[in-house]
Design a protein. Structure first.
Length: 141
């Protein structure tokens, strides 16, 4: 089975791929994501730290979070994602299971909508301005 990777692309100094084993080495990792974001699951890393690794370019304002196969997209302001975004990548010492939103699951603590919480994340695409996404104009929550 191929190791899943998170792809970071768009307005960044260099695109990157991160496996769960890469994310596990970041200083912001928490063993229980629920301790930093209500409703979050698994072991997680702050999304801002991931973005720091690729150096976001001047003029970038948003990040489109894309699930596997492009099934769901959420265009989130970078400030919200940096401040309150957590990406789960592991649970109980193993991969984050599919039934928990794995291999990577985004939770935006205190986000303006639960629609920013994305399961099965595959790509973070940094953009200048919001992109069309699947978040309803008037989210129900």
């Amino acid at each position: 089975m191929e190791t899943p990777h998170l792809r970071v692309t768009g307005l960044v100094a260099h695109e990157a791929l991160f496996a769960a084993s890469d994310l596990a080495t970041f200083p912001s990792v928490v063993a229980d994501a629920a301790s930093v974001a209500a409703g979050a699951v698994g072991t997680a890393v702050r999304v801002g730290e991931i973005l720091d690794q690729v150096t976001v370019e001047h003029g970038a304002t948003h990040c489109t979070v894309i699930s596997q196969g492009g099934a769901y997209r959420a265009s989130i302001p970078l400030d919200d994602l940096r401040e309150d975004g957590w990406l789960a990548f592991s649970e109980a010492g193993g991969p984050l299971p599919d039934n928990r939103g794995g291999p990577f699951r985004l939770t935006v603590a205190e986000g303006s909508t639960l629609c920013w919480n994305v399961k099965r994340v595959a790509t973070l695409r940094v953009t200048a301005g919001p992109e069309p996404d699947d978040v309803p104009e008037n989210p129900p929550h």
